[in-house]
Write a protein that binds this ligand. Structure first.
Ligand code: HEM
Length: 397
């Protein structure tokens, strides 16, 4: 049985009692806890603080990778927290389970603040959101979205062309911040699909303030999640004390702007093959439609989930291609021998590019755009993951 430490910590009237409680908690975690035999650094086993510090440093994936090099495929990275690197763990933690058992739930420590979106919703709500949003991702919808997507890719290529050719059309050396340009492109595409209008990044060759606010909110994400989970009271105090644009304020501003954009798109009332159309017209299995607030939250989530991730994946690909000219040459040969002109390249025809798909896969393996999180929590009696018994309430990643 796991010790309910949250309930215990509420009853600590004196410093001595608090110290005794902390010591017994540490001793329990180290010597009596069901995870006591799992390898890992002792300090990480007795307290959540080392994991919290790793998380806040922004370097948790690297730090935990080092722990795996020392301790093996499974490491105890917190009193109730395990990290796995064995390939089978992916299926055991996130895959379908046997005998019709429900999948492991998403760890509320990480996902609680996205619970009003498809990403962090509970099972019933997730199924509802997923059913409705899937209409925007069907093969038919994607075919219809193609002209919209192509428009931004053409504009991206045009902008790169303008930077790398002189007035007479001859190539000239230029330095371009590709990470920014990939983000301009993906934010314009997904913004158009999720809100019905682009952010104008490619048109103006600069980041829209809303997009910039996403990056600022992401920088705060670690602090925000950590405080919300471990010290919720403190977070409220910090929010009150700190000036203007600190913790959570960027996220609040984004939400307001997202609501304005969505209301403008809905007021148009026109039919177009975007995600808004799916959200505003489709019904879930129980016949319910999304509320306005559901739509705002999910539209915003789609922009964050689809844009920065894709731009980061492309940035990784560009970096690796620049570092490996042989691969770059082979890839260019594949593209140029498969297509006679840019016009032949579309959502379906790119699937012919086997080497391109391998380059994308390998780049994402080496430079994953989402290197952290994806933590699931074992419920009830627990489960076996990679042959290890993981009790209920323990989170695994
Ligand atoms: C290279 C690009 C992308 C990467 C690396 C990526 C990564 C991920 C990952 C790791 C998850 C699982 C999150 C979890 O379980 O906690 C996820 C979920 C999701 N992604 Fe992406 N993503 C990419 C592109 C996109 C795009 C383009 C969209 C939409 C426009 C999108 C929308 C979503 C949504 C809606 C979910 C939640 C799905 C669900 O819970 O059923 N992603 N993505």
């Amino acid at each position: 049985m796991l010790l309910n430490t949250q309930a215990l910590t509420k009853t600590t009237p004196t410093t001595i009692q608090a110290t005794l409680l902390a010591v017994s908690y540490a001793v329990y975690n180290l010597l009596l806890h069901p995870l006591r035999a799992i390898p890992g650094p002792k300090l990480w086993a007795v307290s959540s603080i080392p994991y919290l510090l790793a998380w806040l440093s922004g370097r948790a994936p690297f730090i935990i990778h080092e722990l795996h090099k020392t301790y093996g495929d499974v490491v105890r990275i917190g009193p109730n927290r395990l990290s796995f690197t064995h390939p089978d763990a992916w299926r055991d933690i996130r895959g379908h389970r046997k005998n019709g058992q429900a999948e492991h739930a998403k760890d509320p420590a990480i996902y609680a603040f996205t619970k009003n979106t498809i990403l962090g919703a509970d099972r019933a709500q997730h199924a509802r959101f997923r059913r409705i949003l899937s209409h925007g991702f069907s093969a038919k919808s994607m075919q219809e979205q193609q002209p919209l997507i192509t428009r931004y890719i053409d504009l991206f290529m045009q902008r790169l062309g303008e930077m790398t050719t002189d007035k007479s059309g001859r190539p000239r050396p230029a330095v371009a911040d590709l990470v920014a340009w990939f983000n301009y492109t993906t934010f314009d595409i997904i913004g158009d699909l999720a809100f019905g209008e682009p952010f104008g990044c490619l048109d103006l060759s600069r980041m829209h303030p809303w997009v910039r606010a996403i990056f600022q909110a992401m920088e705060q994400f670690g602090v925000f999640v950590a405080f919300q989970w471990y010290f919720p009271g403190l977070l409220t105090v910090i929010k009150l004390l700190l000036p203007g644009d600190y913790i959570g304020k960027h996220a609040d501003a984004q939400m307001r702007y997202a609501r304005e954009l969505l209301e403008t798109r809905l007021a148009l009332g026109t039919s177009r093959p975007d995600f808004v159309e799916a959200m505003a017209t489709a019904k879930s299995d129980d016949g319910r439609m999304l509320t306005k607030e559901d739509m705002v939250a999910n539209a915003r989530l789609l922009v964050v989930a689809g844009s920065e991730t894709t731009a980061t994946a492309l940035s990784g690909v560009a970096y690796f291609l620049a570092r490996h000219p042989r691969v770059q040459e082979k890839l260019a040969k594949e593209v140029r021998s498969t297509f006679a002109s840019e016009g032949e390249i579309n959502l379906l025809s790119v699937n012919k590019l086997g080497y391109m798909l391998a380059v994308l896969d390998e780049s994402m393996r080496m430079f994953p755009p989402v290197p952290n999180q994806l933590t699931r929590i074992c419920e009830g009696e627990g489960d076996r993951i990679c042959g290890f018994y993981v009790p209920g309430c323990v989170s695994a990643r």
